[in-house]
Design a protein around this ligand. Structure first.
Ligand SMILES: [Zn+2]
Length: 126
């Protein structure tokens, strides 16, 4: 029986392995950051009475921390999607715009990218 290699033929196995490792590190960092921010939010609740003397600072501070948490969660989601596709062997490393392979060094620089650097720049210039 011939086992068909499901992993992408365009991106080398070494690159996929490196991608996975760097995503796992990033995921751990994000999870830690969310924990820290959640602790900050709890701490803010404890100190609420101190803030109230100064008016709206408390809710502003809560909103700031909450939006950091939300931002980190959405990054975490992107990381998990890429990790999942690496796990399932459905990861293609193809640019969503020009449909060419994203160069390995670009992928490794930013593992969750969906566009190659030149398409990204075109997008940014629009
Ligand atoms: Zn492209």
């Amino acid at each position: 029986m011939v086992v068909i290699e499901k992993q992408s033929i365009i991106t080398s196995k070494e690159c996929l392995q490196l991608l996975k490792e760097s995503l796992l590190v990033k995921r751990a960092e994000k999870e830690k950051y969310i924990q820290d921010l959640s602790a900050q939010l709890i701490q803010l609740g404890v100190q609420k009475h101190e803030f109230d003397k100064e008016g709206s600072t408390y809710s502003e501070e809560c909103n700031r921390v909450q939006s950091l948490i939300n931002g980190t969660f959405s990054e975490l989601k992107k990381i998990n999607i890429v990790l999942d596709s690496l796990e399932k062997g459905t990861f293609t490393g193809i640019c969503n715009d020009c449909k060419k392979c994203i160069p390995e060094e670009e992928l490794l620089g930013s593992p969750t990218r969906k566009l190659c650097v030149s398409c990204q720049q075109k997008m940014n210039n629009k």
